[in-house]
Design a protein around this ligand. Structure first.
Ligand SMILES: [Fe+2]
Ligand SMILES: [Fe+2]
Length: 254
């Protein structure tokens, strides 16, 4: 699709995180993992938008959703192909290291999309905000990718489509809900904010949990290990005679 206007400017929050994004994308292994995850997100999003095309009763929206879904499937393929090219040159393997998913998530947040039972106006408000977030993040990802021109070109190409998605969803929302489209946008914004908080809290909880377990391992376990060793030294080796009074009963273990 052609974009209706040039690229969206990234939000202040995404701009503020530019050094973090630069660090996350600097590692080739991490880049491969993130591109593969982005590919899944785009393809899943495309599937949901295809479902939205099936359930809407608005013929214009159905056509736009279909084109939108095709774009998202194509984005999935572009990300996957780029990840495969990087894998070839880096001989990377799937590593369980830090990928910063909650700091540098896939563009859309389309994974939160619930298609069935949603009205057109809710769907358009959700899609508009998701595409706006995607355009903002992909602008930053493209800008920090100077060291990898082919990946940068992939983001550049996808960004073009995301900007169009962002614009058409807003135009259509204003068409189907001319009076109250701003209210729907705010409601969708609050819902996204809540989900973003949950995602951040889950990421932080994971990090804090790992830190606490590591501290426990190095601080709490050594005294117990030392006590167990000392107790083991005190034990006599071999069989030990039991005093006669302690072995009267034969119907219990101790
Ligand atoms: Fe996309
Ligand atoms: Fe999109």
């Amino acid at each position: 699709m052609d974009s209706a206007r040039p690229h969206e400017r990234p939000t202040a929050f995404d701009r503020m995180l530019t050094p973090v994004h630069r660090w996350i994308w600097s590692d080739t292994d991490r880049r491969v993992q993130k591109l593969l995850r982005f590919s899944e997100t785009e393809t899943d999003g495309g599937r949901d938008i295809l479902r939205a095309a099936e359930v809407t009763s608005d013929p214009l929206l159905r056509r736009l959703y279909l084109e939108h879904a095709i774009d998202e499937f194509r984005h999935g393929v572009l990300f996957r192909h780029r990840a495969a090219e990087l894998l070839k040159v880096s001989a990377s393997r799937s590593s369980p290291g830090f990928h910063g998913d909650w700091l540098a998530p896939g563009g859309h947040g389309l994974d939160d999309l619930q298609v069935d039972g949603e009205s057109d106006r809710n769907m358009l408000a959700f899609l508009h905000l998701s595409e706006k977030a995607a355009a903002s993040r992909f602008t930053v990802y493209r800008d920090v990718m100077q060291h990898d021109p082919p990946t940068r070109a992939v983001f550049e190409e996808i960004l073009h489509d995301e900007t169009f998605h962002m614009n058409y969803t807003l135009t259509q929302l204003a068409r189907v809900e001319p009076e109250r489209h701003r209210r729907h946008l705010w409601r969708a914004r609050l819902s996204r904010l809540w989900k973003a908080y949950l995602r951040l809290a889950t990421g932080l909880a994971g990090m804090l949990g790992s830190m606490l377990l590591t501290i426990q391992y190095f601080v709490l376990l050594p005294p117990f290990a030392w006590l167990a060793k000392r107790a083991a030294h005190r034990e006599r080796s071999g069989w030990t005679m039991v005093s006669p009074g302690h072995s009267d009963s034969l119907d219990r273990q101790y």
